[in-house]
Design a binder for this molecule. Structure first.
Ligand code: NAP
Ligand code: ZN
Length: 320
């Protein structure tokens, strides 16, 4: 990445400008930088885990005030008129606008977004620990909530990175028995301190086999190909394997265990603005926060390289 200047033009009537103090580095930024999804248009500024202060509001914005501390995540606008927006599921809007896709995001001084997607940050949350909640937090909170995770659930979290380490904490808040599945044996102690009851080294096929039939809900946050068959085997009857991480290859699996055990495979994208507010409120009340490594904004390239090597514990956050 190189420094890049752009002229944002007039502030739209429903837009908010945020003076950025912090921006987390989500692995999706790395996918966008290297155009893994074939949707990147250069030049662009990555970054979609943004916290800052409202610097200006458009003429029709009544909900936010200049100076207020706010956050912005992956989504920066939606049509506001379709069935999904009307149902309060704006994250499913076909015209959803993403903060840093075909648009400039948060590794920057300022960013703009539609006011509906700019949320106040609860006072109990520190800005640098809250920034990662804006994407990583909502992405793992929403599927736990939508899939009815409860104190009787046994939940597996696959990949203990930015998303995974927050998922462990939320799964614990939902009261579940939590198992961390990781390719990094050295993450065991921290995974347990974040709330995991069990830790499985997913590189050990014997340990994976021993997990057969133990999990109600498995959430994969991994951005690489894995032996997904072994995770399906780890499900109990009626269990669900849910993907939020994006592995490069298509899945190839045998369906008969799924049929016999009435099991499901699903995916989940971020969450609506209402869910985002709910998640922040839950995080503030239950002490869920990102464990972070802080970098000055000017060292964004260094931080990105560390994320790429899976060396960050557990979220890199850029600060202005
Ligand atoms: P991250 O911080 O890099 O963590 C990913 C974790 O995956 C790593 O810490 C690692 O955990 C595990 N992993 C296993 N094998 C790996 C390999 N070969 N290379 C890299 N990681 C490997 O990434 P993140 O920010 O949590 O994002 C994870 C994925 O979620 C990305 O694909 C991202 O695009 C996606 N995402 C999706 C949504 C959505 O809306 N669905 C939102 C945000 C992000 P262990 O060391 O424990 O194995
Ligand atoms: Zn993200």
């Amino acid at each position: 990445m190189l420094p890049f200047h752009y002229e944002p033009g007039d502030l739209g009537p429903q837009e908010v400008e945020i003076a950025i103090t912090h921006c987390g580095i989500c692995h999706s930024d790395l996918h966008l930088i290297s155009n893994d999804w074939g949707i990147s248009q250069y030049p662009f500024i990555p970054g979609h885990e943004i916290v800052g202060a409202v610097a200006a509001v458009g003429s029709q914005v009544k909900s936010l005030q200049v100076g207020q501390r706010v956050g912005l995540g992956w989504q920066s606008s939606s049509c506001g008129e379709c069935e999904w927006c009307m149902r309060g599921l704006e994250n499913l809007c076909p015209k959803a606008e993403c903060t840093c896709v075909h648009r400039n995001g948060g590794y920057a001084d300022s960013v703009r977004a539609n006011a509906r997607f700019v949320v106040p940050i609860p006072e109990a949350l520190e800005s640098e620990q809250a920034a990662p909640l804006l994407c990583a937090g909502i992405t793992v909170y929403n599927p736990l909530r939508n899939n009815g995770v409860s104190p009787s659930s046994r939940v597996g979290i696959v990949g203990i990175g930015g998303l995974g380490h927050i998922a462990i904490q939320f799964a614990r808040v939902f009261g579940a028995e939590v198992t961390a599945f990781s390719t990094s044996a050295d993450k065991e102690e921290e995974a347990r301190s974040l709330g995991a009851h069990n830790f499985v080294n997913s590189r050990e096929s014997k340990a994976m086999k021993e997990m057969a039939g133990t999990q109600d809900f498995i959430l994969s946050t991994v951005s690489a190909d894995q032996d997904w068959g072994s995770y399906l085997q780890a499900l109990r009857p009626t269990g669900t394997l849910c993907f939020v991480g994006v592995p490069p290859s298509p899945l190839s699996i045998h369906l008969s265990p799924l049929i016999n055990g009435r099991q499901s495979i699903c995916g989940s994208p971020i969450g609506s603005p209402a869910r985002l507010r709910e998640m922040l409120d839950v995080a503030a009340r239950h002490g869920v926060k990102a464990m972070i490594e802080s970098f000055p904004m000017a060292k964004a390239n260094e931080a990105i390289e560390k994320v790429r090597k899976n060396k960050v514990r557990y979220r890199a956050v850029l600060a202005n």
